[in-house]
Structures are given as structure tokens and as C-alpha cells.
Design a protein around this ligand. Structure first.
Ligand SMILES: Cc1cc2nc3c(=O)[nH]c(=O)nc-3n(C[C@H](O)[C@H](O)[C@H](O)COP(=O)(O)OP(=O)(O)OC[C@H]3O[C@@H](n4cnc5c(N)ncnc54)[C@H](O)[C@@H]3O)c2cc1C
Length: 318
């Protein structure tokens, strides 16, 4: 039996993550939105050399526009200019203000050789939170008897189509506690889980960077039908490659590919804009057709995806 996944297309992006270069891996430092709250602004180049404040005219709140709007505008400007990132100009705040108000961010920037009191900070949008995941009930039970999920890996439904700041830590605490409460009554010797022991059909671990590139450029902040179709094709092509070495890296990359394919299918299917899922070609929310969830079930290693309409009280309407 295989667990179901829901809402994979709802991925939240943080607009301003420090850009450390195309080869950087792992979690990148966040430049808090509070820095813009204190007067920093986004530019597409050094203002002294003709760089413009591109958020002006995009939204009435300019640099203080909602997170999704800013992430989208940065990405658009990156595509228009061909630059891998934009910049945050917070030089006018001055060294003393930086030291007092944002000592941690200042320290991180300096540790990467950028002094925000005298230099622009390179920033780009980055994946921040995945609202979808293993579908659970309100006590963390998945569809597989004995398999419970809590935290970011789970999709308990509490985030709807877009997580509000800080709710993920609360979700982890609440649902972990709920699982702990029901577990003593539910523990029993479960049937052995079906273990996938295949030694063939895994993609090479080296394909990971390629999958990441496909997802960032076509299934990220800005989505549209041609880009998503291209992504699906590229992921399909990666799936035809075979790993010479069956190791942890190959397994992880194969799993990433599975999730990437399911996420892309859900994003292709949802022809509307809702929560953290933005479609350039379908900019409006469409409750009449798309109030519901895309559910993915793995069948013999193949992801099968189906849309399930939700009752009007469901969180996805939020
Ligand atoms: C930069 C940033 C800032 C954030 N700020 C906030 C915030 O202010 N407030 C808020 O509520 N949320 C915030 N979030 C989101 C929040 O941090 C995450 O949703 C939360 O930490 C998820 O916790 P978790 O325990 O579910 O998963 P994780 O913290 O990802 O823990 C999963 C663990 O499982 C381990 N693991 C993975 N695979 C395996 C395996 N195969 N075998 C064994 N172990 C494995 C991993 O190493 C990891 O330790 C932020 C996220 C980011 C990226």
C-alpha cells in the first residue's frame, strides 16, 4: 500500500534569499523582509550606474508589497535582464543601525564578504515552505496503517494553499503531540511494509542539479503552460537515464525526480492562481473548477494524480 500526497503544487517562495552563486547548495541565508520594512529597497543594478528600483510601479506598496508579489517581480526582472539575482540596497541605513537592528543578518552578510552598510546584497527568491506532502488526518495518520507524518513532510490541510508565517513550527508541535496521544492505543504489529529493493531503474545521482534547475526555472515562482510542459518533458528525459551505481545518492535523486514529476503535473493541472501557486496564464482564482486537491498515489513506482473536489469548508478555499 502506498501513501497519498496532496497539494504538492503549493510551494511558498521567500523573495530575498542571499545569492551565493550558482553552485551553492543547502539552505541559503535569508535576508528578512524586516530589512525592507526598515527602508531597504530592491534594485536591478547599482543605482549610481543606472540601476532602477523595479518594485516601483509593480504594486502600490512597492518594496513592501506581499511576499508573493515581490518574489514574482524579482524573478521577472531576473528573466528580463538575464541576471542570476537582483540586489537589496540598504546602504543608507548605515553601519550603526545595521549593528543595532539586524546584528545576525549583518554578521551573516559579512561572513560571505558583503558589508550591507557599503555594498548591495545579492538576493533571489528561493523555496521556503512546501504546503503539500503526505496526506494525513487530524492525528497524523497517513493512508498506510502504521505510518504517521508530522511537520513539513505532512499535508494535514491546516495551511490551505499558502502557509502563514510561523505556522509550520506550530503545526509540527500540535500534530506531533496528537500522534503521541493516539499512538499507545494504535500500536500493534503491522504487516511488514513493502520495501522497494530494485537495483535497476534508478536515475544517476548526478542528475540532481539538473532536476533542481528544471524546477527552479519552470516550476518555480512563475508558472505557465509552455514552461510546465517543457519541464515535464525534461523530467521525463531524465527519468530514462539509468544509474551505474545504486547508492544513496541515486535513491535520493530518484525520489526527488518522482516528487518533481508529481509536483509538475499538479501545477500543470491547476489552471488558476491560488495561494502560493501562481499561473501567469491563469491569473485568477477559479473556485468553480479548482476548489479541491490534487492527490497523488504511487502505483508500482508510477505517480498517478487525480483532482478531488473539496467541500466549501475545506482549508484549500482559504
Ligand atoms: C530559512 C527558513 C526560515 C524559516 N523560518 C520559519 C519561521 O520563522 N517559523 C516557522 O514556523 N517556520 C519557518 N520555516 C519553516 C520551518 O523551519 C520548517 O517547516 C520546519 O523546520 C520543518 O520541520 P520538520 O521537523 O518537519 O522538518 P525538518 O526540520 O526538515 O527535519 C527533517 C529531519 O529529517 C532528517 N531526514 C531527512 N531524510 C531522512 C532520512 N531518509 N532518514 C533519516 N532522517 C532524515 C533531516 O536531516 C532533518 O533533520 C522556515 C524555513 C526556512 C527554510
Amino acid at each position: 500500500m502506498s501513501a497519498s500526497f496532496s497539494d504538492l503544487e503549493f510551494v511558498q517562495f521567500h523573495p530575498t534569499v542571499m545569492y551565493l552563486g550558482a553552485d551553492s547548495t543547502g539552505q541559503q541565508p535569508l535576508i528578512s523582509e524586516a530589512v525592507r520594512g526598515e527602508g531597504a529597497f530592491l534594485v536591478d543594478g547599482l543605482p549610481e550606474e543606472g540601476g532602477t528600483r523595479f518594485m516601483q510601479g509593480v504594486h502600490e506598496l512597492a518594496d513592501l508589497a506581499p511576499r508573493d508579489v515581490v518574489a514574482k517581480a524579482i524573478m521577472r526582472r531576473m528573466l528580463e535582464t538575464g541576471k542570476p539575482h537582483m540586489w537589496l540596497d540598504a546602504r543608507h541605513l548605515g553601519a550603526k543601525f545595521w549593528e543595532r537592528r539586524f546584528p545576525t543578518i549583518l554578521g551573516v552578510c559579512r561572513s560571505y564578504g558583503i558589508d550591507p552598510a557599503t555594498q548591495l546584497i545579492p538576493v533571489a527568491p528561493a523555496c521556503h515552505y512546501v504546503s503539500g506532502g503526505v496526506r494525513t488526518d487530524l492525528h497524523g495518520r497517513s493512508d498506510v496503517p502504521g505510518l504517521y507524518a508530522t511537520g513539513e513532510v505532512a499535508c494535514s490541510g491546516v495551511h490551505g494553499a499558502n502557509r502563514l508565517a510561523s505556522n509550520s513550527l506550530l503545526e509540527g508541535l500540535v500534530f506531533s503531540r496528537r500522534i503521541a496521544q493516539v499512538l499507545p492505543d494504535e500500536l500493534r504489529p503491522w504487516a511488514d511494509p513493502a520495501v522497494d529493493t530494485r537495483t535497476e531503474g534508478l536515475v544517476p545521482g548526478a542528475a540532481r542539479a539538473e532536476i533542481q534547475e528544471v524546477m527552479s526555472s519552470r516550476v518555480g515562482v512563475l508558472r505557465n503552460a509552455p514552461g510546465l510542459a517543457e519541464a515535464a518533458e525534461m523530467l521525463d528525459a531524465i527519468g530514462t537515464r539509468s544509474a551505474d551505481l545504486v547508492d544513496l545518492n541515486a535513491w535520493e535523486t530518484t525520489n526527488l525526480l518522482t516528487v518533481a514529476e508529481a509536483l509538475t503535473e499538479a501545477a500543470r493541472g491547476r489552471e488558476e492562481t491560488r495561494g502560493s501557486h501562481w499561473r501567469d496564464d491563469f491569473p485568477d482564482r477559479n473556485d468553480a473548477t479548482w476548489a479541491g486537491h490534487f492527490d497523488t498515489v504511487m502505483n508500482d513506482g508510477v505517480a498517478e494524480i487525480a483532482f478531488v473536489a473539496a467541500p466549501a469548508t475545506d482549508g484549500v478555499h482559504a
